[in-house]
Design a protein around this ligand. Sequence first.
Ligand SMILES: [Zn+2]
Length: 412
Amino acid sequence: MEKEKIKEILFSRLDRYCRIHTTSDPASKTFPSSKNQKNLASILEKELKAIGMKNVKTDKYCYVTAFLEGNSKSGKTLAFLAHMDTSPAACGKNVKPKLHKNYNGSNIVINAGKGIILTPSNCPELKDHKGDDIVTASGDTLLGADNKAGIAIIMTGLETLIKNPHLPRPDIKVAFTPDEEIGRGTDKFNLKDFAADVGYTFDGDIKGTVEAENFNADAIEIKIEGKSVHPGTAKNSMANAARIAAEICSCWPENMTPENTENYDGFIMFDEIKGSIENAVLSGIAREHDIRKLKKMENLLRKIIEEKKEKYPLAKISLEIKEQYRNMKSVIDKNPMVLNKLLNAVRQAGIEPRIKPIRGGTDGARLSFMGLPCPNVFTGGYNYHGPYEWISLDSMYLSYKTLLNLCGQWSE
Ligand SMILES: [Zn+2]
């Protein structure tokens, strides 16, 4: 009974938030990157006040924060975070969520006309959700459960805590943040004012998933200065920068590219190549969970560059590697309770946690290095950033339970 009631509340929030257009814009120089995000921020601000949260405010950068006093003496302040923007990878305007009740294990038709159909073969993760209530978009847009499901779960959890003051809880802070999808979600976040001891981003996927490690990430830029000569008289006097760039790119071992790696395998990806005979720039990214392996991979790239320098003495070739972000595991390992209490909370919700390495970065990773250890918790969705996105309301309920259990865990 209680479960069905909460699922209804979770759905009504998810549905409401998803309909608000909050796509972030990587081309924008403003913060937040798109004005639309402020519309959701103002709704959330009102709603936080209405459910009884304290110190509710939205700052000029569109960070919505609030506070709830604890009823236990743990002395720690626990934070819950989720992001308001949706990925610019797919349209996020005029989202119309569709509820598919009591999933029967076969196909889910998102849009018959467009042939957008979820099946157990194009999405084996569905097999585990027979009997669940599933929410999808309607074929023209993404759904935006990433990360509006996180917001709905946190909001509903807070409401339950306030209505049930006997439930144990430490002091709680909440933050809804803009621009996560374009990698700027923590750029203007005032962590010092926020003043929490430990945080959890509710921004993961399938039920039970817990993410406490992510890639170490560097950006790569290779610059090549060539030497242009009339092709008719170029023998031994031309250096073609564009061709050298292409050669470096093709020298990189295939088994260390994103399209050939998974789980804990790292890669270097060249994602842009620009050039002419005189000048070329080859840029890319290096990703690896293990920092020593990252350095090893980068040394291999350096070796390739040295070989090309020797092969093309008329060209000038330089390599620059810049740190982007680091694996939060090193921070979380120093605070083992942060992960242990989360694993306990997931188990208390009745599921076995699945610890998964993130093949990317998260706001949680950045926050961890800023001083707020911050693993990532499942919300119950999948196929994010596109029209096949879906989420299970039953899994959202488990995520909500995990949040309440975390409050219990941090009250001890
Ligand atoms: Zn997300």
